[in-house]
Design a protein around this ligand. Structure first.
Ligand code: NAP
Length: 522
C-alpha cells in the first residue's frame, strides 16, 4: 500500500492531489485552516490580487473563464474550488487539522504523521505543500504592544473595522503594501506610508477582460495561446538569469523602464522621485508590480515617510528621524519569514535527525524537492525554486514527486532518497550562479540569517523543468525492504485507520518486521 500525506491545500497541495488521483495513488490532504487556498485563503486584505497574468498563473490542466488579467483573491479561490470539484478530490481534504511533526521509521519504511488533534497516522510518503509565505513577519518595534489603536498584519486582516475616514499607517512597500495603499487611499482620511527601502516597480497594466476577450479565451486554443505567450515571454526575459544580473543589457533595460516610470509620474515632485528610487540594482529585491501606487503617493492626504520605523507610542509611530506620526490604525505589510522554510512542520529523517538540524539555518534541497536522509519526502516550492510563475514551478515539482511515486508503485521500491553527491553538486552550482545576481547585492527576504540566498532559482524556470525531467532517476537511491506482518490494527469506529505509536517497538526488530493495518490486508 502506498499512501501519501499532502500538507497544505494551496495551489501546490491541490496540484499534487489532482496528479495523485490521476495516478491512482491513495492520498490525504491535511489543511490547518478551515478552508483551502493557502496564501489565497489567508490574504484577504483590500486590493489583494495576483500580479501575474491569469492564464499563466493557473494550472496547466484546468482552464477557466477569468474576468480580469490579474484576478483578485476571491476569483482565485473560486478557481481552486472549481478545480477541486472538477477533479473530484474534495473528499480527500481534511480541514482544521495541521500536520505538526512527521517522523521517518526506517524499519516500517513510512512516516509517523503527528496531527494537531493529537492523533498519529502513518503514510509511506509525505509531500510538503506548506508554501513560502505562511508565517507573517511581525516587527519587534519597541512599544508595539502598547499601541492603543487598531493594529494587524496584512495576512491577518481584521475586516470588522471600518477604516473610512480614519488615519491609517501602512508599513511596508512590497507587493502587499502597494496593493493595500491603492485600495485604502480612496476611503481613508489620512494615509501615512512607511517605506524602509524602496523596490523597483512596474505598472502591470491590469484590466477587466472585455466580453470579446472572454469569448476568445474560452476556446481551448485561445486559452493555450495566451498561456504560451506569457510562458515564452517569461522564459526569454529571464533567460540565463541575465535580467537579474547587474551589468547586463537586460538588467539595464529593466531598470531604465522603471526609472522612466518614476520620472513620468513624479515629474513635478523630485523629492518623491528621489525617495522611491532604489540605490541598488534592478532585481535586488523581488520587483513590485502595481499600477497606481506612485499615483496614490501624489494624493493630498497621502504621505510617504521614506524611513524605517523607530518605535511605536500609544497613539502613533516614531520614524527614524524622531518624528511622530499620530494614527488610528497600524497595518503591518511587513512580509513573511520566507527563508525559514517549513517552520510549521517538524520533519525527522533517518537516524532521528531533524531537517532543522540538517539545514542549520541554511535550507537547501536537490531541485528544491529532496534532502538526503529524508526519504519519501518531497517539498513543493522548496529552497531555491522561487522564480517566475509559481504555479509552473509547483507543477514541475509535483510531476517530479508523482513520477517517483509511480515508480514506487510499479517496482515495489519502498523508499527513495536522493544521492548526497547530486545534492551537493547541484547546490554548489546554484550558489555559484546566484553570486552574480542582484539579489546577492541587496537586502531582501531571499537570504538566510548568514546571507546565503536560499529562495531564488538563478535562471528561467524552463531550466528547472529540464533539470527535473533529466536528473530525477540519476539522483535517486532506491531501497526495497521486505515487509512481514507482525501485528494488525483494526480501523477505528469512524472507519479511519490510525496507527498507534505505542506499537513502534514492533517495527524495531529488523527491516523485515513491520506493523500493518487490517485495511492493508483486505
Ligand atoms: P515583502 O516583499 O517582504 O515586503 C515587506 C515590506 O515591509 C518591505 O517594504 C520591507 O522593507 C518592509 N518591512 C519589513 N519589516 C519591516 C520593519 N521591521 N520595519 C519597516 N519596514 C519593514 O512582503 P510582501 O509585500 O508581503 O510580499 C511578499 C511576497 O509575496 C512578494 O514578494 C510576492 O512574491 C508575494 N506576493 C504576491 C502578490 C501578488 O501576486 N499579487 C501580492 C503580495 C505578495 P525592506 O524592503 O526594507 O525590507
Amino acid at each position: 500500500m502506498l499512501r501519501v500525506a499532502i500538507v497544505g491545500s494551496g495551489f501546490g497541495g491541490i496540484a499534487a492531489a489532482v496528479r495523485l488521483k490521476q495516478a491512482g495513488i491513495t492520498f490525504t490532504v491535511f489543511e490547518r485552516s478551515d478552508d483551502l487556498g493557502g496564501v489565497w485563503n489567508e490574504n484577504t486584505y483590500p486590493g489583494v490580487e495576483v500580479d501575474n497574468f491569469a492564464h499563466w498563473y493557473s494550472f496547466s490542466f484546468r482552464t477557466y473563464d477569468w474576468s480580469r488579467t490579474h484576478p483578485g483573491q476571491k476569483e482565485l479561490k473560486d478557481y481552486l474550488n472549481d478545480t477541486v470539484d472538477k477533479f473530484g478530490v474534495r473528499e480527500h481534504f481534511r480541514f482544521g487539522n495541521a500536520v505538526e511533526r512527521i517522523e521517518w521509521d526506517e524499519n516500517a519504511q513510512w512516516y509517523w504523521v503527528h496531527l494537531s488533534d493529537g492523533s498519529t497516522e502513518t503514510f509511506e510518503f509525505v509531500v510538503s505543500a506548506v508554501g513560502l509565505f505562511n508565517k507573517p513577519r511581525i516587527p519587534e518595534w519597541p512599544g508595539l504592544e502598547r499601541f492603543q489603536g487598531i493594529k494587524f498584519h496584512s495576512a491577518r486582516w481584521e475586516h470588522q473595522h471600518d477604516l473610512t475616514g480614519k488615519r491609517v499607517a501602512v508599513v511596508g512597500t512590497g507587493s502587499t503594501g502597494v496593493q493595500i495603499v491603492n485600495a485604502l487611499a480612496p476611503i481613508v482620511g489620512q494615509l501615512t506610508v512607511f517605506q524602509r527601502e524602496p523596490g523597483w516597480l512596474f505598472s502591470k497594466g491590469e484590466h477587466v477582460f472585455t466580453s470579446e476577450e472572454r469569448r476568445r479565451f474560452s476556446r481551448t486554443l485561445g486559452y493555450r495561446w495566451q498561456r504560451f505567450k506569457y510562458f515564452y515571454r517569461e522564459q526569454t526575459k529571464g533567460w540565463g538569469g541575465k535580467n537579474l544580473q547587474p551589468g547586463t543589457p537586460q538588467n539595464a533595460k529593466a531598470q531604465a523602464a522603471c526609472e522612466r516610470y518614476i520620472a513620468k509620474v513624479f515629474k513635478d515632485r523630485p523629492d518623491l522621485a528621489k525617495a522611491v528610487t532604489p540605490d541598488y540594482p534592478y532585481g535586488g529585491k523581488r520587483q513590485v508590480l502595481a499600477s497606481g501606487f506612485y499615483e496614490s503617493l501624489l494624493l493630498g492626504h497621502v504621505t510617504l515617510v521614506p524611513q524605517a520605523v523607530e518605535r511605536v507610542t500609544e497613539t502613533g509611530i516614531v520614524d527614524a528621524e524622531g518624528i511622530t506620526h499620530e494614527v488610528d490604525v497600524l497595518v503591518m505589510a511587513t512580509g513573511f519569514e520566507a527563508a525559514d522554510y517549513l517552520n510549521t512542520l517538524e520533519v525527522i529523517g533517518r537516524g532521528g535527525r531533524s531537517l532543522r538540524e540538517a539545514w542549520n539555518g541554511e535550507p537547501e534541497a536537490f531541485l528544491g524537492i529532496s534532502v538526503p536522509d529524508f526519504p519519501n519526502f518531497g517539498i513543493l516550492y522548496g529552497p531555491n525554486t522561487n522564480q517566475g510563475n509559481v504555479i509552473f514551478g509547483l507543477e514541475t515539482s509535483v510531476n517530479y514527486v508523482v513520477r517517483n511515486l509511480k515508480r514506487m508503485k510499479r517496482t515495489g521500491v519502498t523508499s527513495i532518497d536522493v544521492r548526497r553527491s547530486h545534492f551537493v553538486i547541484y547546490n554548489r552550482w546554484l550558489q555559484r550562479r546566484l553570486a552574480k545576481s542582484a539579489l546577492a547585492k541587496a537586502k531582501n527576504y531571499h537570504k538566510s540569517a548568514s546571507g546565503r540566498l536560499v529562495l531564488p532559482f538563478p535562471t528561467n524556470m524552463g531550466w528547472y523543468w529540464v533539470f527535473c525531467r533529466i536528473f530525477r532517476r540519476w539522483a535517486a537511491v532506491d531501497y526495497r525492504v521486505e515487509r512481514k506482518v507482525v501485528a494488525i490494527e483494526q480501523p477505528a469506529e469512524d472507519g479511519v485507520v490510525r496507527s498507534n505509536p505505542a506499537n513502534r517497538h514492533l517495527g524495531s526488530g529488523g527491516p523485515e518486521v513491520i506493523v500493518r493495518f487490517a485495511k492493508d490486508n483486505q
